[in-house]
Each structure stands twice: as C-alpha cells, then as structure tokens.
Ligand binder design. Structure first.
Ligand code: NAP
Length: 390
C-alpha cells in the first residue's frame, strides 16, 4: 500500500490524482490533503478519503472542514502544508500547487525522504539546482507528472542515458497557434483560458497560451534528465498525442503516445515502477489520425526564448523568470495587463535584474539567493504594472 499526500488536492492535478487513487483502493491510500481556500471541495474530499491530516492556507477556512473523531488533524498556512507532506506515514507527495507556493513544502518533503510525484514545474524552474541536490542527498526520487517529462521518463526506461542525442518536447501550441500576431494584444483572459487539448488550472493554461509553459518545461527537463539546453528542443504538435520524444545517438526517435489525459502520467508516477490498467479511453488507431509537427514561432511567442535565456544564464535568473511570470499572468487574468505585456514585463525584469546584479550567473545557488531574487522580481513587476511603464 502506498500512502499519499497531495499538495493542492482541490486543483486540476489534485482532483485527477484522487480519481486515480479511488480506482485502486488496495494499492493507494490518502494520508494528507491540502488546499488554498476551496474548503467546500476539500471537505468533500475529506469525507470521501478520510485523510489523517489536512491543511488550508487561510486560517479562516479551517473551521469549515469536517472532523470525524479527531480526523483529520487540521493545520493552516505554510507550516500546515509542511506538516502534511512531512507526516511520518506519507510515502509519496504529489506536488501540485501552481507557481512558487509549493517550493518550500516540496523541499521539506524531499528532506523528509518522501518520494515526489512532481507536477509543480516552477519548483525546478526557480531552484532546480537546490531541489535536485536535496533529492540526491536524501536518496529521493523525483518522478515527473508533467505529461511531457513522464513521456521522456517512459522512453528512457532501459536506455543508456549517455546515449541521448536530444530531448524533443511537444507543445500543442495553445489557443493562439493560428492567431494573427497583430491580434494577440487584444486577446482576453477568456480566450486565453480556452485551451484546445488540455483542461488545466488557470496559471498553467495562460502559460500554455504564451508558450512560457513549454519554456518552463525546457528547464524542468534540464534538471530532471541532466541535458544541456542546446540538446532540449521544442516542436509544435497540435494534436497532443505524442507527449514527447527522445532522439538517441544512432538517430532512433523514441516517443510515447496516448490520448491527452493527465491521469496516465499521474498513475504512472504513483504506481512506478509498476503499470496499472487504464481508466480512460485508449488511443484508437482504427480511426484516421494526422499527427503534424511544426517549429514554434519564436517571434510571436517570445516567452520560449526568455526561458532558454534565463536557463542558460542559470543561478537566480530562472527564479526571476518564474516570479515575473507569476505576476504578469496574474495581472493579465485581472485585466491589468494585456496578453503581449506578459512577455514584455518578463523580458524587462530579466534585463534590469541582469544589469543590476551582473555577477548573478553560473552555479552555487543558495535558498536565500532564490528567495531574494523571487522577491525582487515580484516587487519590480508590481511597480512596473502600477506605474504603467510596461
Ligand atoms: N493541470 C494540469 O493538467 C497540469 C499538467 C502538467 C503540469 N501541471 C502543473 O501542476 C501544477 C498545478 O496545476 P493545476 O492545473 O492542478 O493548478 P490548479 O488547478 O490551479 O490547482 C492548484 C491547487 O493548489 C492550491 N493552491 C493554489 N495557490 C495556493 C497557495 N498559494 N497556497 C496553497 N495552495 C494553493 C489550490 O487550492 P484552491 O483550490 O483552494 O484554490 C489547488 O488545490 C502547476 O505547476 C502546473 O504547471 C498541471
């Protein structure tokens, strides 16, 4: 029996994780659940899965959670999230908060020697060096839940990792793949949230529309699979059937295919190294399919190159990238910025940070460096939005 805690159980990945767990009650059990503020949904989950411990970020929602003879033990705030993921009975932590919110709880879970099923890609973007070093020290596995990295993990089973030529991440291209670049400025949050192939949380859906999501995945792949950025490519594949590919030295390209359903990579990570039966429709090859590929339009979607730029510079620049993106996406969703201001604001944050702190490159990152860069980027972007200079 694998004992699981979910950081973000009320979100898109969290709900799908519980769906997988519910199908295999003899294999998985829920020990801990967390949410930000959706206490009604968290209450339903508590009633159904009866975890030992639960946490909400905001204290005022804690009183709304049900209690069955002292269970769950309810905690609040960041410390509460950490209590859930470090609970002694937890084996696997599904890390599924958006943005930087999940960073410290996930790091603490690694230090407590929990296996990590990682959806929260921003953690590796902002502090991949720290997180992967902590995992190595603790002897902990980080199993990817992101469908692209899960695909690569599956393709690499039994392969000699020294023989990888390159990783090819596939991207749907998002809702604006065919939109005239001149019209991007007036795209609304509603239009950007209408993803063609995946139903996901709001932040990752906007990141998919700007291609920052793919940029983040490039950094995530760099840390998970140890390849330089020059050997991680992106290709647009609008059907989202091939979830990513690995090209080996001899030219063979290995790919993982399947319907776009996050429950497959979630189940793969939870059951690893076993495989369990599918609880979703299979990819039906009796139908006629056209799988197409095209290079990304890097001028129309500058976020992709912003991510490569930050990743290649290393040190605290990826933390600036991630924090600036969080502020820019939130401003777009609140209609305080338009769609093309998202890359413009991030670009400006990266440039000003590099000019202000020219020695902040290379390796040797500390937690303090990351937190300071993150805070700098948030303040910078908020001020820029406030003064309307971007
Ligand atoms: N969704 C996907 O298909 C998918 C695929 C691949 C990777 N990912 C990655 O997985 C992560 C989660 O994505 P998602 O789509 O599942 O997000 P989501 O639907 O927005 O869910 C986020 C979850 O985190 C909680 N949360 C949000 N902000 C929080 C905070 N400040 N403190 C504590 N809890 C907080 C939410 O609680 P409330 O419900 O109470 O607000 C919810 O449970 C992201 O990094 C995303 O890039 C997602």
């Amino acid at each position: 029996m694998k004992r699981i805690a979910i950081l973000g159980s009320t979100g898109s990945v969290g709900v799908q994780t519980l769906d997988v767990i519910a199908r295999f009650p003899d294999r998985f059990t829920v020990v801990g659940l967390t949410a930000n503020s959706r206490s009604a949904l968290l209450s339903e989950q508590i009633a159904r899965f009866r975890p030992q411990i639960a946490a909400v970020m905001e204290e005022r929602f804690a009183a709304e959670l049900p209690n069955y003879h002292g269970r769950p033990s309810v905690r609040t705030g960041l410390e509460g999230l950490i209590d859930v993921v470090t609970h002694p009975e937890v084996d696997i932590v599904v890390s599924a908060l958006p943005g930087s919110a999940g960073f410290l709880p996930t790091l603490r879970a690694i230090e407590a020697k929990k296996t990590i099923a990682l959806a929260n890609k921003e953690i590796l973007v902002m502090a991949g060096e720290i997180v992967t070093a902590a995992a190595r020290r603790a002897g902990v596995e980080i199993l990817p839940v992101d469908s692209e990295h899960s695909a690569i993990h599956q393709c690499l089973a039994g392969q000699d990792r020294d023989r990888i030529h390159r990783i090819i991440l596939t991207a749907s291209g998002g809702p604006f793949l065919r939109t005239d670049p001149a019209h991007l400025t007036r795209m609304s949050p509603g239009e950007a949230l209408a993803h063609p192939t995946w139903a996901m949380g709001r932040k990752v859906t906007i990141d998919s529309a700007t291609l920052m999501n793919k940029g983040f995945e490039v950094l995530e792949a760099h840390w998970l699979f140890g390849l330089p950025f020059s050997r991680i490519d992106v290709v647009i594949h609008p059907q989202s059937i091939i979830h990513s590919m690995v090209e080996m030295e001899d030219g063979a390209i290995l790919a993982q295919l399947g319907v776009p359903d996050m429950r497959l990579p979630i189940q793969y990570a939870l059951a690893y190294p076993e495989r369990l039966e599918a609880g979703w429709p299979r990819f039906d090859l009796r139908q006629t399919w056209q799988l197409t590929f095209q290079p990304p339009d890097r001028e129309k979607f500058p976020c992709l190159d912003l991510a490569y730029r930050a990743g290649q510079a290393g040190h605290t620049l990826p933390a600036v990238l991630s924090a600036a993106d969080e502020i820019a996406v939130s401003a777009f969703l609140e209609q305080e910025a338009n769609f093309t201001q998202i890359p413009a604001l991030i670009d400006e944050a990266l440039s000003v940070y590099t000019r202000t702190y020219p020695s902040s490159t290379g390796n040797g990152l500390t937690l303090d460096d990351v937190m300071t860069a993150d805070a700098w980027a948030r303040t910078f972007c908020r001020e820029r939005l406030h003064t309307g200079k971007t």
